[in-house]
Design a protein around this ligand. Structure first.
Ligand code: THU
Length: 127
């Protein structure tokens, strides 16, 4: 898979961000093991703690469509270089990592960055 393409989907999704409180827009796009892509953006709430991250929104769409295994996820914010998933989202990505390594794709001035979930969440909790 072309990760530039996956990043472009995250950029598109970030344009739909509903973030009137933080003004911090985020978009994400999940690539599942069967090659499908699902976008998500963050959406906030006047009760701040109810805000949902872009990554979990994208993963929720994938799950609702029957997917269970994530191969890669791209994340983009126009407000931050190399925008990485928060701790909660890392744990949610881990839930659907299956047998394979999940690639975490971000964007910086130098270009696309690729990390594995294991690098970002080593020794994570699993049942
Ligand atoms: N946010 C995400 O969407 N993904 C992350 O991994 C980090 C944070 C959102 C949540 C909130 O709407 C805004 O960014 C500021 O924290």
């Amino acid at each position: 898979m072309n990760y530039e393409e996956l990043m472009n989907e995250a950029i598109e999704a970030s344009k739909n961000s509903y973030s009137p409180y933080s003004h911090f827009a985020v978009g994400a796009c999940v690539l599942t093991s069967d090659g499908k892509k699902y976008k998500g953006c963050n959406f906030e709430n006047a009760s701040f703690g109810l805000s949902i991250c872009a990554e979990r929104n994208a993963i929720g769409s994938a799950i609702a469509d029957g997917a269970r295994e994530i191969r890669a996820i791209s994340i983009y914010s126009p407000n931050m270089q190399d925008c990485l998933p928060c701790g909660a989202c890392r744990q949610v990505i881990a839930e659907f990592s299956g047998e394979n390594e999940v690639q975490i794709i971000t964007k910086a001035d130098e270009g696309i960055k690729i990390r594995t979930l294991d690098e970002l969440l080593p020794g994570c909790f699993r049942l």
